[in-house]
Design a protein around this ligand. Structure first.
Ligand code: FES
Length: 156
């Protein structure tokens, strides 16, 4: 019989909190089997999967993207070195595009340093591309329209 790991052992070996492991499992990123007492038991290979998840998150890959990539692995197995290489290649263009967006945001921030106006009319950070103007005329946020979430992933 293959040795399995408790959630505490996985947490200790991977450096990931048990709450995060349960969350990964709820999201379908990792899987466990249950004992008769309904306790989680993980295959040792889950440590590699957790490492891949953490590495991908560190470079800004979302859990949804990671889940999609892991679903593509045959039989839901843990990623091998070759799999990781393929996954990283797949995320490269998305990362390149985020880097360009962040560089543009950084350039906009340069104009805002020392300003602090957050002008609806001219501040590229508070109202990028005059998004509030699409809701109508006047002070849209003051009359109750919601400010959209920061558009980090939208093209500028
Ligand atoms: S804070 Fe004034 S232009 Fe952005």
């Amino acid at each position: 019989m293959t040795e399995t790991l408790t959630i505490g052992e996985v947490a200790r070996r991977s450096g990931v909190a048990t709450s995060a492991l349960r969350y990964y499992e709820d999201r379908g990123l990792i899987a466990s089997e249950r004992t008769g007492g309904n306790q989680r038991r993980y295959q040792r290979s889950v440590l590699r999967t957790v490492s891949v998840i953490k590495a991908a998150q560190q470079v800004g890959v979302s859990l949804d993207e990671i889940a999609t990539a892991l679903e593509g692995l045959p039989g839901g197995r843990s990623p091998t070195k070759a799999d990781w290489s393929k996954l990283a290649d797949g995320w490269r263009s998305s990362l390149d595009s985020r880097i360009q967006e962040l560089e543009a945001l950084r350039d906009d921030l340069s104009d805002c340093i020392g300003c602090g106006c957050l002008s609806l009319r001219s501040c590229a950070l508070f109202n990028p591309a005059d998004q509030a103007g699409e809701m109508g005329t006047g002070a849209r946020y003051i009359v109750g329209d919601s400010r959209p979430e920061p558009a980090v992933n939208e093209p500028r």
